[in-house]
Design a binder for this molecule. Structure first.
Ligand code: AMP
Ligand code: ZN
Length: 455
């Protein structure tokens, strides 16, 4: 069965054919480590993970690279504000990112490339662009990409330069701007006082890279001139991915990416979830609402990756309930012997995945399987585990032990105890612990919260 994927470049579904048979090179634009990513960002990374899992499920060997943007306008700005070195500041958020990746059961990339480790490669690529006439130095010593020299500029975002001739004359020093402002963009930013101690002395002068060149240089260094699939959120299509294409193709002379895949946005009240709008939740926020990272993943799968989804606490709580039901169903077959994967279900599952990763249908098939009384428990277990290679719900980690149900009054006391501890009111905290004990439960403090067990 052929795998069909929607390619943003051609704006059509295409039969996937990797450059090398049975192998796939995959690049996902990673986080800018200046803060905790929000769950909208995690939609992009869960999409990349689900795609990778599907490719592996279909028998491809996947080489996946994700970058860590540890040098850009925002990391510099906030590290200076916090009086930390850039490395100290970004290291913290990079580690927090890895923790989130693990808690979401995202399969780690082959390598997470830090932009600051690839400055030489970036400089080499910029030098090639200058040499070939696609880039030039401005008065302040920065280097800009000359979009008028690139006849194909705009091919991903689907515009032509002649339509933009009014705006296409200027220069854009910022990394983020909209399509109407398409202009020559910065490859190398010469040092100014806002950069503080952050700079590299290179043949291009004293300065630092622009954001877009980072991904071009890291992708080429790790995966070669042409890669199979590049993913990211739709907001990255312009200018980031458009500029990546321009830089890479003009520097190497080869096509940069065969299949561009973009996930749609996670919305809140009809608006894109974003840091700038302040309408965002982190994994830590949803955890406080009793929503696990896996339930968030489950909820995402109930919509196609390429459609907008609207985040509400009610909707994701519904996914939490559904996922717990799935875990219970799995517990019922957990103790059976090794069974055989049901081929009829597997074929149907493969077919919907091959249709541009139709996860809503894949989830529906999983539930059909769960409810099918004609399939033996052992075969059901084998098939559920097989499907979970794609879903990543962590069925293999589900234990036979049922999670204890915590009565509402016990969790209310536990929350009151957390509040008392935050206020350093230890006497009250102990008192609440005793009250919890009287109800037959024990509370223990663990990293990032508490754990309740039955006494
Ligand atoms: P950024 O750190 O802003 O570059 O974002 C990291 C990734 O998250 C990129 O692939 C973005 O396109 C994606 N992204 C940002 N906001 C959202 C959102 N609300 N929904 C889905 N993806 C998003
Ligand atoms: Zn990127």
């Amino acid at each position: 069965m052929a795998l069909n994927l929607y390619n943003s470049l051609s704006r059509s579904n295409e039969i996937f054919k990797p450059i090398e048979e049975n192998q796939v090179t995959l690049y996902t634009c990673g986080p800018t480590v200046y803060n905790y990513p929000h769950i909208g960002n995690y939609r992009a990374y869960i999409f990349g993970d689900m795609l990778k899992r599907t490719l592996s499920y279909l028998g491809y060997k996947v080489k996946h690279i994700m970058n860590i943007t540890d040098i850009d306008d925002k990391t510099i700005r906030d590290s200076i504000a916090q009086e930390k070195t850039l490395a100290e500041f970004t290291e913290f958020y990079t580690e927090e990112f890895y923790k989130d990746v693990d808690s979401l059961n995202i399969i780690r990339a082959e390598k997470y490339t830090k932009a600051t480790d690839y400055i030489d490669e970036m400089v080499t690529m910029i030098e090639a662009l200058i040499e070939k006439g696609f880039a030039y130095k401005s008065e302040d010593g920065s280097v800009y990409f000359d979009i008028a020299k690139d006849a194909e500029y705009g091919k991903l975002s689907h515009f032509t330069l002649s339509d933009l001739k009014e705006n296409a004359k200027g220069r854009m020093a910022n990394d983020e701007y909209d399509k109407e402002n398409a202009q020559d963009f910065a490859l190398w930013k010469s040092w100014d006082e806002n950069d503080g101690e952050v700079f590299w002395e290179t043949p291009l002068g004293k300065g630092r890279p622009g954001w877009h060149i980072e991904c071009s240089a890291m992708s080429t260094a790790e995966l070669g001139d042409t890669i199979d699939i590049h993913t990211g959120g739709v907001d990255n299509m312009f200018p980031h991915h458009e500029n990546e294409i321009a830089q890479s193709e003009c520097a190497t002379g080869h096509p940069f990416v065969k299949y561009w895949m973009h996930n749609e946005h996670l919305m809140v009240d009809g608006k894109k979830m974003s840091k700038s709008l302040g309408n965002f939740y982190t994994l830590r926020d949803i955890d406080k609402l009793g929503i696990t990272p896996q339930a968030f993943r489950y909820w995402l799968y109930t919509g196609n990756y390429d459609t907008k989804v609207n985040f509400t606490i009610e909707a994701v709580s519904g996914a939490q309930t559904a996922l717990e039901r799935l875990y219970s169903a799995y517990r019922e077959v957990l103790d059976t012997d090794n069974g055989i994967i049901n081929t009829e279900y597997k074929d149907r599952f493969t077919e919907v995945l091959s249709d541009n990763l139709n996860t809503p249908k894949a989830v529906a098939i999983l539930w059909e399987l769960v409810k099918d009384t004609d399939i033996s428990s052992s075969d059901k277990k084998a098939t559920m585990l097989d499907f979970d290679r794609v879903f990543g719900f962590g069925l293999d980690k589900v234990s036979a032990e049922k999670p204890i149900e915590i009565p509402v009054e016990v969790s209310a006391l536990a929350d009151a105890r957390t509040a008392a501890r935050n206020e350093k009111n230890w006497a009250k905290s102990d008192e609440l612990r005793d009250q919890i004990k009287e109800l037959g439960y024990e509370i223990k403090d663990v990293e990032g919260g508490y754990k309740i067990t039955k006494t």
